[in-house]
Design a binder for this molecule. Structure first.
Ligand SMILES: C[S@@+](CC[C@H](N)C(=O)[O-])C[C@H]1O[C@@H](n2cnc3c(N)ncnc32)[C@H](O)[C@@H]1O
Length: 279
């Protein structure tokens, strides 16, 4: 038997030695998960003795986390904009930057019953957040990956939003009909050659969710072009983009006659979002 606090400390030390970022936080999440508790509840139980029945499964999880498996894959869920979504290797683990994208998008006025499109929906976080927050919206979500779409549909079911979102397999907008008040996309934007050098946790995201082409902006540029035929007059395009891509992509938008082009920073001050209006 070992007291919980000692297990937490030993796990955090082990994670630190194996290059896990935020080692104590990771240790708390995994221990809480194995005990079926909320992380915050651990603070009331530091003296609780843990026996082999609890330690044995924990050891396996600690080994996997120390080997670089993302915490979110081990927990199986992630919190995104006030809701809990399933996450696994079928789609990108949703990132905090994308939650910020949601806040910006939801701040801007929209018609009473807007038509909204999420391109590259992955786990469905953008489409499902918008469906939940905009109860009169008609939401379509597309992805080229059947695996991602399967996960997104599962998330729609978990959140009771299945009737609210139309999921379509589509290469960008090829299978999409009609015009929208808002098109949102967090498409892959990493230059293909940089992917092998990314953190080992990121290597667990599907390559299809990361690889934006040789320069990184290719898919987004194709969307900027294709979206013009699918935006209502005055419709908005809201994009998450990579580091140092805003000038190039804003110039592309200008060339394609978008207006009110607005780069917006993330929490780190990186120009991470690009908003524009068409028509
Ligand atoms: C960076 S992930 C974003 C996932 C999710 N929207 C999020 O924010 O967490 C990009 C998504 O775009 C999808 N994708 C890649 N190429 C695509 C294409 N040509 N057409 C549609 N979706 C594509 C990938 O499968 C992946 O799910």
């Amino acid at each position: 038997m070992k007291p919980l606090l000692e297990v937490l400390r030993a796990t955090a030390d082990y994670f630190a030695r194996h290059g896990v970022e935020s080692p104590r936080l990771n240790a708390e999440h995994l221990v809480a998960h194995v005990l079926g508790k909320k992380r915050i509840e651990l603070y009331m139980e530091f003296d609780r003795p843990l026996g082999e029945r609890e330690l044995a499964p924990l050891r396996e999880w600690i080994r996997r986390r120390a080997a670089g498996e993302p915490l979110q894959h081990l927990l199986g869920t992630v919190e995104f904009h006030k809701r809990v979504f399933a996450t696994d290797a079928r789609a990108l683990i949703p990132r905090p930057e994308t939650e910020l994208l949601m806040e910006h998008v939801l701040k801007e006025p929209l018609p009473e019953s807007p038509r909204v499109l999420d391109v590259g929906t992955g786990s469905g976080v953008i489409a499902l957040t918008l469906a939940a927050e905009l109860p009169h919206a008609e939401v379509t979500a597309v992805d080229v990956s059947p695996d991602a779409l399967a996960l997104a549909r599962e998330n729609a079911g978990r959140l009771g939003l299945t009737p609210r979102v139309l999921f379509l397999q589509s290469n960008l907008l090829e299978a999409v009909d009609g015009a929208f008040d808002l098109i949102v996309a967090n498409l892959p934007y990493i230059p293909g050659g940089e992917i092998p050098g990314l953190a080992r946790e990121v290597q667990h995201d599907p390559v299809l969710a990361l690889d934006g082409g040789p320069v990184g902006t290719e898919l987004i540029e194709r969307l900027i072009d294709a979206a013009r035929a699918h935006l209502k007059p005055g419709g908005r395009l809201a994009l998450e983009i990579g580091i140092d891509q805003s000038a190039r992509l804003a110039a592309e938008m200008e060339r394609q006659n978008y207006r009110d082009i607005r780069p917006v920073p993330d929490y780190q001050g990186v120009l991470r979002f690009l908003f524009a209006t068409y028509g």
